[in-house]
Write a protein that binds this ligand. Sequence first.
Ligand SMILES: Cc1cc2nc3c(=O)[nH]c(=O)nc-3n(C[C@H](O)[C@H](O)[C@H](O)COP(=O)(O)O)c2cc1C
Length: 148
Amino acid sequence: MKSIIIYESTHHENTKKLVDAIVKKHNVETASIENAESIDLPGYDTIGLAAGIAFGKFYKRMEEFAAKIPSGSRVFLLYTCGNPSGGYVKSITRTLESNDVKVMGTYGCRGYDTYGPFKLVGGIAKGHPTEEEIYGAVSFYDKISRGE
Ligand SMILES: Cc1cc2nc3c(=O)[nH]c(=O)nc-3n(C[C@H](O)[C@H](O)[C@H](O)COP(=O)(O)O)c2cc1C
C-alpha cells in the first residue's frame, strides 16, 4: 500500500509527533502542506491529512487543500486540539465527501495549546500529546494499513 501523510503542524508541532511516530513504524511518505501542491495524489492508495485545529476546524490551508483531493481517493484524518469538544472533522469531511473522496477514519487527541488567552495561564493541554496518545495514533494507522 502506497501511503502519504500531508501535515500542517505550526503551533507546537503537536500533530507532527503523531505523524513521526507512524512513520517510525510504517513505510509512509510525508510532506508538509507547503509542498503538497506538487504531489501526484492519484499515485497513492491512501492519503493522510494531519493538522492542528483552529477555530473549530482543521487549519485553513489544510481545509482548502482537502478540496483539491481527486475523487475516488481514500483519505484518513489526524488532528490535535486544545479542547476535545468534538465536531472538528465535520467541515473537512463534508468537503471530501462532496467530492466522492472516501474518509476511512479519524484519529484526534489533545495537543499543547497556548493560543490567545490560554497563553496567560501557561497554556492548556500541557504535556499532550502524551506517549499513550501518540501510541493511539500508531494503532489507528495500523488498522488503516490493514484496511480495517
Ligand atoms: C489560532 C489557533 C486557534 C485554535 N483554535 C482551537 C479550537 O478551536 N479548538 C481547539 O480545541 N484547539 C484550538 N487551538 C489549539 C490547537 O489546535 C492545538 O494546540 C493543536 O495541538 C496545535 O497543533 P500543532 O502543534 O500541530 O499545530 C487553536 C490554536 C491556534 C494557534
